[in-house]
Design a protein around this ligand. Structure first.
Ligand SMILES: Cc1cc2nc3c(=O)[nH]c(=O)nc-3n(C[C@H](O)[C@H](O)[C@H](O)COP(=O)(O)OP(=O)(O)OC[C@H]3O[C@@H](n4cnc5c(N)ncnc54)[C@H](O)[C@@H]3O)c2cc1C
Length: 307
């Protein structure tokens, strides 16, 4: 089953999701081709058979350029499956390509498999309350947007063939102008290695400074569940979950978070999850590697003494 992966890049760097897409592509069999639009980026990984470069004059992502590149590649290559990240960039053009070319399509996919020549994609429905399998019969290409951080990144290596695909210059209707740094005070919880995450169990806004201080002492970044943002206690840049950020730190320490599906959707791929909750039935314990059925304030106090 031939798979075309479209590499995602930002400011001259391949984004991690690209390597995760390659792992997913291998699960479907292969051969695996990775398309790199613009740039001279190295995406050589175990399991990649070919890297096809599409030279374009634009140095950063633009919807029209990627759409034209993908349409042109599809016409020439006719892969069985196209994999893109479920990211802001892909959302800007993938749906248009699928609709225009009549491809099978699913977004926010977190598992893929084959049933004979059919492709089966698993995704969430109804605010992640239900998981469903979408089966695409063989016969026409399928374009899937895969949720980041679900697949392990493919290890570097391999010696894929490198080819070039010529594209008629594309006049973008929307131009990339500049990158702006996030406003001062905002943090990027998606890159933190250690997240101390607090939920409604902390009780009151007055308790937040105590956890900010604890996070600082522990060398952690403070993140939160949605009720803390909804209450206006912390900015939404700190929110983990389906309508917040997807994170994958080395350590995710959850204080007073019940583990609703919408929260788990954003953190369950964390390497080590430690949960503190007074309720032994809390769903967070289903994904936690270590858990303490305890009052979070007692645990916080003891932790603060240790550092
Ligand atoms: C479409 C949609 C999108 C959503 N997106 C998100 C999202 O992105 N992120 C998100 O987080 N939620 C999201 N939600 C909300 C989600 O459904 C839950 O309501 C929310 O995650 C609950 O947050 P919580 O665990 O902090 O609070 P609660 O569910 O109220 O849990 C608080 C927990 O703290 C424990 N606790 C209380 N006191 C203590 C104590 N002293 N010591 C230890 N434990 C204590 C309790 O036992 C309880 O388990 C979304 C909902 C919808 C419908």
């Amino acid at each position: 089953m031939s798979v075309l992966v479209v590499a995602e890049q930002l400011q001259g760097r391949v984004r991690d999701v690209t390597y995760e897409l390659i792992s997913a592509a291998r699960e479907l069999g292969g051969p695996v081709t990775v398309a790199v639009v613009g740039g001279e980026l190295g995406v050589s990984c175990e399991g990649v058979d070919e890297i096809v470069r599409v030279p374009v004059e634009q140095t950063e992502f633009e919807n029209d350029v990627y759409q034209a590149a993908l349409e042109s590649l599809l016409a020439e290559r006719q892969p069985d499956v196209v994999l893109l990240g479920f990211t802001v960039n892909s959302m800007g053009y993938a749906g248009a390509v699928a609709a225009k070319l009549g491809l099978g399509f699913a977004s926010d996919v977190f598992a893929v498999s084959r049933d004979g020549d059919a492709v089966v994609a698993t995704r969430a429905f109804y605010g992640a309350k239900v998981h469903g399998e979408v089966e695409f019969p063989a016969g026409r290409p399928v374009l899937l947007l895969l949720r980041p951080t679900v697949w392990p990144p493919a290890p570097p290596g391999g010696s894929p063939a490198v080819t070039e695909h010529a594209l008629v210059p594309v006049a973008s209707r929307a131009r990339h102008k500049e990158f702006r740094e996030a406003e001062k005070g905002d943090v990027d919880i998606t890159t933190a290695e250690f997240l101390l995450s607090i939920g409604r169990g902390i009780g009151e806004q007055e308790n937040i400074p105590m956890f900010e201080e604890l996070a600082q002492k522990l060398g952690a970044t403070l993140s939160v569940s949605r009720p803390i943002v909804d209450a206006g206690w912390m900015p939404n840049a700190r929110q983990v979950g389906q309508s917040g950020k997807t994170v994958k730190p080395k350590v995710y320490l959850a204080f007073g978070i019940s583990g609703a599906v919408q929260h788990l959707a954003g953190m369950k791929a964390s390497e080590t999850i430690i949960a503190v909750n007074t309720d032994p039935e809390a769903a967070i314990f289903d994904v936690a590697h270590y858990g303490a059925v305890a009052d979070l304030f007692d645990v916080a106090e003891e932790l603060a003494k240790l550092v």
